[in-house]
Design a protein around this ligand. Structure first.
Ligand code: DC
Length: 221
């Protein structure tokens, strides 16, 4: 059974999806990590992030694999582990350029679908999992939260890491990322028509996990 979890940045998708996968004994697929891996390679090659052709060319040189023996699965770029390098602010920014290139989306969508065939018990997390990648998934979830709450969570995360950040700046970044994610031509962030929407604004991560497990049990007792 495939469970898709989509939604904007800062809704806690990754940690919720990881915990749900663990609780069910399913594999966890972080599709954002695939866009981030291409972004990392683009930065390493000093690519022009505005040049879709150059990014497309670089993506063709990227072999992205997961080490499924790890929890969560480790990300390998051309054979080398890169998990630790994918979370930097530079990669986050570059990934949002990578994610609008149709040829790159097509390649990564095909790879995600192949993973879905090989690992049929999967919790997959991203922006287009229920709409484009796995339109026939049995259980589709869309996580949401107000931009203000998502900015608050992001600020808390960064401050916990010792970074000095400004709330208004983070809120603006979130709003512009939302806009880019939901207005791009291919695979935009959208609520799948058959998804259950969970507004996490006033919920703890634990409550979101329990709610998803309840919805999963309802489709597969
Ligand atoms: O979820 P994340 O922050 O790791 O995603 C990184 C970038 O990739 C972000 O700009 C959104 C984009 N993305 C996407 O377009 N489609 C996906 N399925 C997953 C992520």
């Amino acid at each position: 059974m495939i469970i898709t979890i989509d939604g904007p940045a800062g809704t806690g998708k990754s940690s919720v999806a990881r915990t749900v996968a663990q609780r069910l004994g399913y594999d966890f697929l972080d599709t954002g990590a695939m866009y981030r891996a291409v972004a990392l390679e683009a930065l390493r090659r000093n690519a022009d992030l505005e040049d879709a052709r150059e990014l497309g060319y670089i993506a063709r040189l990227c072999r992205i694999e997961f080490d499924w023996t790890q929890q969560p699965p480790g990300v390998l770029l051309n054979g080398a582990p890169v998990g630790h390098a994918l979370r930097s602010a530079d990669v986050t920014r570059a990934a949002s350029y990578v994610a609008v290139v149709p040829a790159i989306r097509q390649k990564l969508v095909e790879e995600q679908q192949r993973i879905g065939r090989q690992r049929p018990n999967l919790v997959t997390e991203g922006r287009d999992q229920g709409t484009v990648v796995f339109p026939d998934a049995r259980c589709k979830i869309y996580l949401d939260a107000t931009p203000e709450e998502r900015a608050r969570r992001r600020v808390a995360q960064l401050r916990a890491r010792g970074e000095v950040v400004d709330y208004r700046e983070i809120l603006e970044q979130i709003l512009s990322r939302d806009h880019r994610d939901s207005t791009r031509a291919v695979g935009p962030l959208a609520i799948p028509p058959d998804a259950r929407v969970i507004d996490t604004t006033k919920m703890t991560e634990q409550q979101v996990v329990e709610e998803i497990l309840r919805l999963v049990r309802a489709v597969q007792p």
